[in-house]
Design a protein. Structure first.
Length: 137
């Protein structure tokens, strides 16, 4: 406000901040605020320097931990479509069946198929022999 020529409004705001800081038991912050208010009142305040970053921040890539789908995974289009429909209607889906029939491969194919619908990432955990609470850590 003071930089925009609104010195009185800035000082009034500082007074309100001082009252709040003192009431909250923050004397050091109140002292720093009072010092800044005195500088503004005297007209001795520096224009802040704007510093641009020299490099853009690194973009984080969301995790995707699903296993690779084998090239021999074919003929499950109807199952993938049904699961896709269920997932898009916000259902919880469980694949159940005897070992070796392709549940994990089907789940991996579905994860790859639906990757764009989960922008925060896809995590993969095997629970068959693990303690479920340990997997969460």
């Amino acid at each position: 406000m003071a930089l925009d020529g609104q010195t009185e409004a800035a000082l009034a705001q500082f007074q309100e901040c001082l009252r709040a800081l003192r009431a909250a038991g923050l004397p050091a912050a109140a002292t720093a605020t009072a010092t800044l208010a005195a500088e503004i009142e005297a007209g001795h305040f520096a224009t802040p320097q704007i510093v641009s970053p020299t490099t853009a921040p690194a973009l984080l890539t969301p995790p995707f931990q699903a296993p690779v789908v084998p090239a021999w995974f074919v003929g499950r289009g109807a199952a993938v479509e049904r699961l896709r429909t269920w997932l898009q209607s916000e259902r919880v889906v469980a694949l159940v069946g005897m070992g070796g029939i392709g549940k994990t491969t089907l789940a991996a194919a579905l994860a790859h198929d639906q990757r764009a619908h989960f922008p925060d990432g896809v995590l993969w955990a095997g629970l068959a022999t693990a303690d479920p609470l340990e997997v969460l850590h």
